[in-house]
Design a protein around this ligand. Structure first.
Ligand code: ASP
Length: 292
């Protein structure tokens, strides 16, 4: 039975630690032929720059063949059901299918009807498990053991699949998560600390994860303007001060809205480190799913 990664909860803590151990072997751009003769198919029904190319690079560095389907020309546009698309991809002998879709739950549904391993590359506002894995990996690299460390997740948390996956994973590894956002961007849950005061919260955390405002997921505008949002929630160098704190963002960054220019070029900003680690973590993940 193939294993899948549709949410972070699909993997036990020990499994994640094993994936990270392998990922550490790949952080220096190493290559291998471990997946030679294997096929990885990327099917992205929603835009992606980083995630899709990261999976392509990861699969190629392990010697696999990769096919990335162009959504504009895919069969969904011609009325084929997702189920049939997946069955066809599976029939080509794929070992892993990475899927992104605007609807929550699509990767899970596909995983029930194919024999390949399905990886969720982001489904609606629900989950983005590989982003959370690479974020935790990057945090561990920067902070050491994250147990007891504090992180502020800032921005459009309600509509962010990155926030959803990180909240589950980072808390499981012992981090204290504080959500910082205007009320309309906060999820309705009582089990987690929230704040509207970025400046004050920034003084007490070890890490700040800024998020992009997910305008494409809002049915109607939830905020006056991005500029108004930025007035209170942009992470600036002034907010960081000289504190020992690291800054993450999954990308794409709304420059000078989520993070200001100076923060993006500050040594404490790990955005490009996240991208780099993303390849290593996805290599380790494909290795685990395909070879066991
Ligand atoms: N790239 C991330 C995602 O696909 C974050 C974002 O788009 O804002 O969810």
């Amino acid at each position: 039975m193939a294993r899948h990664l549709t949410t972070t909860a699909d993997f036990s803590t020990a499994e994640i630690e094993a994936v990270f151990e392998r990922a550490r072997l790949y952080t220096g751009d190493q290559t291998s032929q471990d997946l030679r003769g294997r096929l990885v198919i990327n099917i992205f029904f929603e835009n992606s720059t980083r995630t899709r190319s990261s999976f392509e690079v990861a699969a190629r560095r392990l010697g696999a063949e990769v096919v990335s389907l162009d959504v504009a020309t895919s069969s969904e546009a011609k009325g084929e059901t997702l189920h049939d698309t997946a069955a066809n991809l599976d029939a080509m002998g794929a070992s892993a299918i990475v899927v992104r879709h605007k609807n929550a739950g699509v990767p899970k549904i596909l995983s029930q009807s194919v024999s390949a391993s399905v990886v969720n590359g982001g489904d609606g506002a629900h989950a983005h498990p590989t982003q959370a894995l690479l974020d935790l990996f990057t945090l561990q690299e920067a902070l050491g053991d994250v147990q007891g460390k504090k992180i502020a997740i800032v921005g459009d948390i309600k509509s962010s699949r990155v926030a959803g996956s990180n909240i589950e994973l980072l808390r499981r590894f012992g981090m204290e998560v504080i959500l910082v956002a205007p009320p309309h961007f906060l999820p309705k849950r009582r089990d987690i600390a929230t704040s509207w005061d970025l400046k004050a919260t920034a003084q007490e955390v070890d890490a700040i994860m800024a998020l992009r405002t997910q305008t494409e997921r809002h049915k109607s505008p939830l905020y006056a303007s991005l500029a108004d949002y930025a007035t209170d929630f942009k992470v600036t160098q002034e907010i960081l001060g000289d504190r020992d704190v690291v800054v993450l963002h999954p990308g794409p960054v709304h420059r000078n809205v989520d993070l200001d220019d100076a923060v993006l070029s500050d040594a404490r900003c790990l955005v490009l480190k996240q991208v780099r680690n993303g390849v290593a973590v996805r290599m380790a993940l494909l290795h685990k799913l395909i070879l066991g």
